[in-house]
Every structure is written in C-alpha cells, then in structure tokens.
Design a protein around this ligand. Structure first.
Ligand SMILES: *Cc1c(COP(=O)(O)O)cnc(C)c1O
Length: 377
C-alpha cells in the first residue's frame, strides 16, 4: 500500500498485505514455496528470510493483513485455529490459572482438559454471561481470561469490555475467540489484548483451507513469547494456505455484511414458525444477549441455531429434508450449512437435542427460507 492515511475496513481488506510484485509486476501475490533463502557472501540474509518455519513471504503478508483487519500491532498465523489457541496456552507456564467459558468451543475444552491441565495449567470454567462469576473465579495466579462470543451453539453473548476490565484489574490478559464475528465485532477496540481466529471459517470463507491466527493489540513480552512458540513449536501454515486465507480476506467486510443480512432474515422467519420452539440469534430483540450484542457488534454475523419441537428425531428429520443447506459441520463459507449439533459434540447436556445450527451463506435469503419451509413442512 502506498498510503499511510487511515483507511476504511473495506479498503484495508483489499490492500493490506498486498503489493505489486517487484520482480515481475504481478498484481496477484506470487506463492513462495521455497523453504530456504540465500545468504549473501558475508553470511547475512539480505531479504530477511532464512528458513520456512521461521518466516515466509506469504505468511508475513497474511500476518500484515490480519493485524490490519483486527486493528492490532502484530499477528501470528498457524496451521489451524486450535494450533493458534494452543500457542497462547503454551506461552503460559505450569501453575498459571486460566478462566474460560463453560460453553467454549468443544475443541478448546478438550485442549484445556486433556492436554494443558495435564501439564499443570489450572482452569476454571464459568458462565461468562454472569460477570459476578467471572470476578469470583479470579485468583492470584490468574494470567488469562479466554472469551468466546457469540458462543457455540447457543449464541450466548459475553460483554467483552467488562470481562477485559476484570482481567486487567487482576493483572491478567484477555483473549477473545472472534471466529464467529470477524469485522462486525472488534475485540481489540473493546479492550481485549489478543484475538484468536479459526481462519478455516469466515476469513478463508470458501470451505477450502484450514488455518488459525492470533492478533496482538500491542507488542509486549507476552506477544514476543507467542512469536517464539510459533517458530519453536512450528505449528505454521503452508505458503499456499496463507495465500488462500489472505485471498479470502479481501472480500471479508462485504461478505460479513451479506451473511449478517441473510441470517437476520432467516432468524426472523424461523422465529414465527409454529414448529420452531426457540431461535438463538443475537440480532433478535428477544435474544437474552441482544442488548450487549447491539453495543459491541455492528451486525450480528451469519451464525444462528434453532430448536425444533419434538427433540432429536424431529430435528434430524428437518436436516434430512433440506436441499440447499448442506448437512456438514464447520461454518463461514459461501454455502449455507445445517448441523444437528448434539451429534457432533456428543451427549453434552448443554446442547439441546432438538437444536439445529445454521451457517448462513451468501445465497439469496428467499431461497434459503423456501428450503427451510419445505423441510419444516
Ligand atoms: C472451528 C473453531 C475453532 C477451531 O478451529 P480449527 O481451525 O478447526 O482448529 C475454534 N473456535 C471456534 C469458535 C470455531 O468455530
């Protein structure tokens, strides 16, 4: 980018991390597959690159783009969302205490319980919609509060600014999993110190690349440590994956607008359907977290869930009848997905058996509504 003028998010998304290739004039960034880079006769590295695990031009471009979009000073790309989450936990030490939400992404629960608690990390799981419980969970060894909002699969809303303040008062840092609401929610502006993304989802945006990222609001000793973990533990993405994610990010602000607009229409329609017991979408005024969501989100993103009357059998029956919605897990792609969530997360009592989770894509909303109408008949 040639200008330092503060740009709007759509412009940043198109240009951040993109430069005309100096060697060829290529407008689309070349993919640099080389794992090693030549030294000059004096033994130096004139271009700054040494070896693929420590840095690669495509990864650096992606990290610039990520930092620009979330408004952070630096970013770290990983081979998956969980590799990114893992890096922040690895930057802590045995005996440190983490506060995480009870309804955190199920892979994160597994990571905490089955890996890091075995290595001596202490973890408290609390209902983060209740700030009193978050305050009570804080102790002298608390180093990190982990937020995920909107939550999965009930779209519960956590007040990011309030929880970040609780963290800072206790001398801890606050990290927010922003996978479900990029662009429309800006946790670093609200006080969080780190943002985590599964870039597999909205950032990649086309269900064709697995990746993860951390974005730090400012460079600190802790973010230095995260950089060390990234290159020492080596959970880095391939150059081609970096290229695909950065390509996806160029249209992200416009996609999020359309995902949000479509989801609000589908949620509003579902809320009126006689076979639907409950709709979980923070954009609906009836949603328990709507007021906070309206303060901290510009739009409400493309994820929603709803409960079909009649429990598991009825819900699975509805998913079986959709033609346009694809029955698959994951989210954030251009195509709409439907998922009976309890079958994925197992017998988790927090996931209602009649619940279907929708990732609303970029199809015309009337086509999506017509598909759900015939499936609910
Ligand atoms: C998918 C997801 C993750 C994990 O990301 P992977 O890329 O699958 O490792 C973490 N958090 C949320 C909210 C997710 O949706």
């Amino acid at each position: 980018m040639k200008t330092d003028r503060k740009m709007r998010i759509e412009t940043l998304a198109v240009h951040a991390g993109h430069e005309i290739d100096g060697a060829t004039g290529a407008v689309a960034t070349p993919i640099h597959l080389s794992t090693t880079f030549e030294r000059d006769p004096e033994g130096g590295y004139p271009h700054g690159y040494i070896y693929g695990r420590s840095a690669n031009p495509n990864r650096q471009a992606l990290e610039q783009g990520l930092a620009a979009l979330e408004g952070g000073e630096e970013a770290f790309a990983f081979g998956s969302g969980l590799a990114a989450s893992s890096a922040i936990l690895q930057a802590l030490a045995a005996g440190d205490h983490v506060v995480a939400p009870t309804d955190v992404y199920h892979g994160m629960t597994k990571l905490l319980r089955e890996v890091y608690m075995r290595w001596g990390l202490e973890v408290s799981f609390v209902d983060m919609t209740k700030l009193g419980l978050v305050r009570e969970a804080m102790g002298p060894k608390t180093k990190l509060i982990w937020i995920e909002t909107p939550s999965n699969p009930l779209l519960k809303i956590t007040d990011i600014a309030a929880v970040a303040e609780i963290a800072h008062t206790a001398g801890a840092i606050c990290a927010c999993d922003n996978t479900w609401a990029p662009i429309v929610q800006r946790p670093l502006d609200l006080g969080a110190d780190f943002v985590m993304h599964s870039t597999t989802k909205y950032l990649g945006g086309h269900s064709d690349v697995t990746g993860g990222a951390l974005i730090a609001k400012t460079k600190t000793d802790f973010s230095e440590r995260v950089r060390e973990i990234q290159t020492t533990c080596g959970g880095v993405p391939s150059p081609f994956d970096c290229w695909l994610i950065l390509r996806g990010m160029r249209s992200l602000p416009w996609r999020m607008r359309a995902h949000s607009e479509n989801a609000l229409k589908v949620a509003t329609w579902l809320a009126d359907h006689q076979r639907v017991e409950r709709v979980h979408y923070p954009g609906l005024a009836s949603h328990a977290g709507h007021e906070i969501a309206a303060q901290q989100m510009n739009e409400f993103s493309g994820m929603l869930s709803f409960e079909v009357r009649g429990g598991k059998e009825a819900a699975v029956g509805v998913a079986a009848k959709t033609n346009l919605f694809v029955r698959a897990t994951s989210l954030g792609g251009v195509e709409s997905l439907i998922e009976h969530r309890a079958s994925i997360t197992g017998e988790d009592p927090r996931t209602p058996q009649g619940l279907l989770r929708l990732s609303i894509g970029l199809e015309h909303p009337d086509d999506l509504i017509e598909d759900l109408a015939q499936a609910l008949e």
